[in-house]
Design a protein around this ligand. Structure first.
Ligand code: HEC
Ligand code: HEC
Length: 489
C-alpha cells in the first residue's frame, strides 16, 4: 500500500529515511555537476528560525536532491508531475461535489469511468504550482460515484478540482521495460553510464542534456516521440544500440514516455544545478570560512526557500513548452522540393559543394569521404570555455565530452537512417550534439538534395566508369573515378 505523500520539505526527510517501508532496489545517480555543489545546496539543510514570541523552530530547506525526489520520485515509485507534458497514464477525473460532513469523500466524474478501483490506489491532485499532493483511495462506488479516501483532506476539494488515479501506471510500466532492456547500457538515471557502457564506443546516450543526435527536428535539442520510437524500433546501425523490433505498440509508447521522463528529469537537474553552481559549488566557496561561511549559508537558505523556487518553476514552464513544441508538425524538417533526380550532374554539383570552402565537409570527412579530414588531427577549442581553452588531445569532441570521429562515408552506414530524407535532415540540421552543424542556411533545398545524391554515391565511387569530372577536381580528390548515375538506384 502506498503512503500518503504530502511532499513538502517537512515530511521529506522522514520519508526518505523510511522509504515508504520499501528498500529501493535502484537509485538515480546525481550528475557530476550536482556532486560538485556544497552538501547544503545538494542535499538541503535545516535551519533554526526565530519566531516573534522568542521561540525557535527548525525548518527543512530542500536542496537539488530533495527537489528531484519531490518532483520525480524514485525509480521504484515515480511521481507524475503534471506540469510536464508526459503521458504518465492513469485515469483522469474531477470532483463533482463534496460529501456533506465527510471530509474524506466526494462524488467524482470521469470521462471514462472505471468499473473498479482497487482500495489503496493512489490519487494525485492536479494542483497549480509544484506541490504534489497524493491521497489514497479506500473505496469507489461506481453506482453512486462516491470516491472515498483513506484520510481526511485538510480542506475539502472544490467542485471541478482535477485528479489522476494511479497517476504513473504507464510510466511504471515503461520503467519496468527500461530496466530490463535499456538500463544496462543507458543507466538507471539515463546517464548513459550503465554497467556495460564503459566497453562501448560510441557510448550509450546520456539523455540528461535533452540532446538526441538523429532527430527529424530543425532544432538542436530534444526529440519527438516519433524520433525516439524510430531509434528504439530500428536501433542505430553501426553502433551497439540494438533494434527492439518485437516490442508491442503499448510497450513502445511506455518506453518512449520513460525516456522522455528521464530526459526531462535530467534537464531539470541540470537547470537546478546551473542556478546554484556559480555561488555554491565546493570550488566557489573553498576559501569562505567562519562567519563569512555562516552568512553564505544563510543567503543560500534564503535563496533555496524563495528565488530558487520561482526560477525553478520558470525553468519547468520553458522545459514543458519545448517538449511540446517538438511534437508540432512544423518542428520537423520537411523538404518542400522533391528530391533532385539522382543524376551524374546532380552528384557533381553535390561533390563540388562537399569539397568547397563554404561547407567544408572535407575538413572533417576528408576529400575521399573516409572520415579523416584535417579537423580530426587539429586541436579543437572547448566550446564555452573562458578564457578559450583547447582540448588536451587533438580531434573532435561531442556534447558529452567524448572524442568523436566523422563518419567514414565510403561505408554507406547511416546511423540516423538510410532514406534520402534521413540524409537530407542530417545535412540540413546536422548531427545534434556533435561538431557536425547543419547547413540549412548555406544551401538551397535543391543544393541539399545534390549533396545527398553525392553522399549516397560515395560508397560506389570507383565502381563505375568515370563521369565527366574536370581534371582539377580529380586532382583535388586524389581519385580518378566517380560514381555515375545508376550506381545506387
Ligand atoms: C547494448 C547497449 C544498448 C542497449 C541495450 C540500448 N542502447 Fe540505446 N544506445 C546505445 C548506444 C551505444 C547509443 C549511441 C549511438 C550513437 O551515439 O550513435 C544509443 C542511443 C540511444 C538513443 C539516442 C538516439 C539519438 O538520436 O540520439 C536512444 C533514445 C536510445 N538509445 C534508447 C534506448 C532504449 C529505450 C533502449 C531499451 C529499449 C536502449 N536504448 C537500449 C546502446 C544501447
Ligand atoms: C566539423 C566536422 C564535420 C563537418 C564540417 C561535417 N561533418 Fe558530417 N559528421 C561529422 C561527425 C563527427 C559525424 C558523426 C556523428 C555521429 O554519428 O556521432 C558526421 C556524420 C555524418 C554523416 C552520417 C550521418 C548518419 O546518419 O550516420 C553524414 C552523411 C555526414 N556527416 C555528411 C556530411 C556532409 C555532407 C557535410 C558537409 C555538408 C558534413 N558531413 C560536414 C562531422 C562533420
Amino acid at each position: 500500500m502506498r503512503c500518503v505523500l504530502l511532499l513538502t520539505a517537512a515530511l521529506l526527510l522522514p520519508l526518505v529515511a523510511s522509504g515508504c517501508g520499501e528498500v529501493p532496489e535502484a537509485q538515480y545517480s546525481l550528475s557530476d555537476d550536482t556532486l560538485k555543489l556544497i552538501s547544503e545546496a545538494r542535499s538541503g539543510m535545516r535551519i533554526t528560525v526565530q519566531q516573534a514570541d522568542g521561540s525557535s523552530e527548525r525548518v527543512e530547506i530542500d536542496g537539488v536532491e530533495n527537489w528531484l525526489f519531490n518532483l520525480f520520485g524514485t525509480p521504484e515509485s515515480p511521481v507524475a508531475w503534471q506540469r510536464l507534458p508526459i503521458d504518465y497514464g492513469g485515469v483522469a477525473g474531477e470532483v463533482a461535489a463534496v460529501t456533506e460532513g465527510d471530509p474524506s469523500s466526494f462524488t467524482a466524474t470521469f470521462t471514462d469511468p472505471p468499473l473498479e478501483v482497487e482500495p489503496g490506489t493512489s490519487l494525485q491532485w492536479v494542483t497549480p504550482g509544484d506541490d504534489l499532493v497524493v491521497s489514497t483511495v479506500s473505496e469507489w462506488d461506481p453506482v453512486s460515484q462516491v470516491l472515498s479516501l483513506t484520510t481526511e483532506l485538510d480542506s475539502p476539494p472544490e467542485a471541478g478540482t482535477q485528479f489522476v488515479l494511479q497517476p504513473a501506471d504507464q510510466l511504471a510500466f515503461g520503467r519496468k521495460l527500461y530496466m530490463t532492456h535499456c538500463m544496462h547500457c543507458h543507466g538507471v538515471a539515463g546517464d548513459g553510464n550503465g554497467p556495460t557502457a564503459k566497453y562501448l564506443n560510441p557510448r550509450p546516450r546520456d539523455y540528461r542534456q535533452g540532446i538526441f543526435k538523429f532527430t527529424s527536428l530543425k532544432q538542436k535539442v530534444r526529440a519527438s516521440r516519433d524520433d525516439l520510437r524510430r531509434v528504439i524500433q530500428y536501433g542505430i546501425p553501426g553502433t551497439y544500440m540494438p533494434s527492439f523490433m518485437l516490442l508491442s505498440e503499448k510497450e513502445f509508447s511506455a518506453i518512449v514516455e520513460y525516456v522522455r521522463f528521464l530526459s526531462m528529469r535530467g534537464e531539470m537537474e541540470k537547470a537546478m544545478t546551473g542556478l546554484l553552481a556559480g555561488d555554491y559549488s565546493r570550488e566557489a566557496v573553498a576559501d569562505v570560512k567562519g562567519d563569512e561561511r555562516n552568512e553564505m549559508l544563510a543567503a543560500l537558505a534564503e535563496y533555496l526557500g524563495g528565488g530558487f523556487r520561482e526560477e525553478l518553476s520558470e525553468e519547468a514552464t520553458v522545459l514543458a513548452e519545448s517538449w511540446q513544441e517538438v511534437e508540432e508538425p512544423d518542428a520537423a524538417i520537411q523538404p518542400t522540393v522533391a528530391r533532385v533526380e539522382d543524376s551524374a550532374e546532380s552528384r557533381l554539383r553535390g561533390r563540388a559543394l562537399y569539397l568547397g570552402k563554404k561547407l567544408d565537409c572535407k575538413g572533417c570527412h576528408g576529400v575521399t569521404g573516409e572520415g579523416n579530414g584535417p579537423q580530426t588531427i587539429a586541436y579543437q577549442e572547448i566550446p564555452g570555455s573562458q578564457p578559450a581553452q583547447k582540448y588536451p588531445a587533438p580531434g573532435l569532441y561531442d556534447a558529452w565530452n567524448q572524442p568523436i570521429m566523422p563518419r567514414d562515408l565510403t561505408q554507406g552506414i547511416y546511423r540516423g537512417g538510410r532514406r534520402p530524407l534521413d540524409l537530407y535532415r542530417r545535412v540540413h540540421s546536422g548531427v545534434k550534439g556533435t561538431p557536425m552543424a547543419g547547413f540549412a542556411n548555406a544551401l538551397t533545398e535543391k543544393d541539399i538534395w545534390d549533396v545527398v545524391n553525392y553522399v549516397m554515391s560515395i560508397p560506389f565511387e570507383g565502381q563505375q566508369p568515370a563521369a565527366e569530372v574536370s581534371d582539377s577536381e580529380q586532382v583535388a580528390s586524389g581519385k580518378t573515378q566517380h560514381g555515375t548515375s545508376g550506381s545506387d538506384r
